[in-house]
Design a protein around this ligand. Structure first.
Ligand SMILES: Nc1nc2c(ncn2[C@@H]2O[C@H](COP(=O)(O)OP(=O)(O)OP(=O)(O)O)[C@@H](O)[C@H]2O)c(=O)[nH]1
Ligand SMILES: [Zn+2]
Length: 199
């Protein structure tokens, strides 16, 4: 950031640099960057890529802390079926699916929308599904300090579908459990509730 006057100038410079590189890629694959349909493509692609990786500039801890409320409730809170869109760090192709997150409060609850926001902060980076799961788990655990936290992510990886092994129906599940969710009964209750249509 140092050489830039402000955030706007920084964003513009980065967008232009990424745009130039996309232009080069389009040229290298044998396309005509001057063709009408492609004229604005490098800029669109640059903006899309910067949107999809904006998580690097966001602070998940700050997001959670902005809506923590003192409350005595100490039952399980589950937010399930949170859409996840991320980019695999090996091929920079999307992986996407659902996250299911639960926590057991210890004096504090958190604004519900902040949980999917935290998911997005870590998903909008170059990721592997395992680290994404871990990042979300640790962020909630260390910031909210609940009695327990659980994260399950189910995702399909485009790099395994469009190319490479070309398997269309495989789904990868990753999970992480802390505190009370390390106990088998609590973990099973969570897993039962996320697989139920009514929870
Ligand atoms: N563990 C893990 N692996 C991933 C994830 N996303 C992509 N991969 C894998 O990363 C691996 C990279 O392996 P490489 O052999 O270096 O890459 P590659 O030659 O393109 O491999 P193929 O995809 O098998 O063609 C592949 O097996 C991908 O399936 C992820 O989120 N977690
Ligand atoms: Zn990949």
């Amino acid at each position: 950031m140092a050489p830039y006057q402000n955030l706007e100038e920084y964003n513009l410079t980065i967008t232009n640099e990424v745009k130039e590189r996309y232009s080069k890629i389009i040229d290298e694959i044998g396309e005509d960057v001057k063709r009408e349909g492609l004229l604005k493509t490098p800029e669109r692609a640059a903006k899309a890529m910067l949107f999809l990786t904006q998580g690097y500039k966001q602070d998940a801890v700050k997001i959670l802390k902005s809506a923590m409320f003192a409350e005595d409730y100490d039952e399980m809170v589950i937010i399930k079926d949170i859409e996840v869109y991320s980019l695999c760090e090996h091929h920079m192709l999307p992986f996407y699916g659902k996250a299911h997150i639960a926590y057991i409060p210890d004096g504090y609850i958190v604004g519900l929308s902040k949980i999917p926001r935290v998911v997005d902060v870590f998903a909008r980076r170059l990721q592997v599904q395992e680290r994404l799961t871990h990042d979300i788990l640790e962020c909630i655990n260390t910031t909210l300090k609940p009695k327990g936290v659980a994260v399950v992510i189910e995702a399909s990886h485009m790099c395994m579908m469009m190319r490479g092994v070309q398997k269309q129906n495989s789904v990868t599940t990753t999970s992480g459990f802390r505190g009370q969710f390390e106990k088998i009964e609590t973990r099973n209750e969570f897993l039962k509730l996320i697989s139920s249509k009514l929870s």
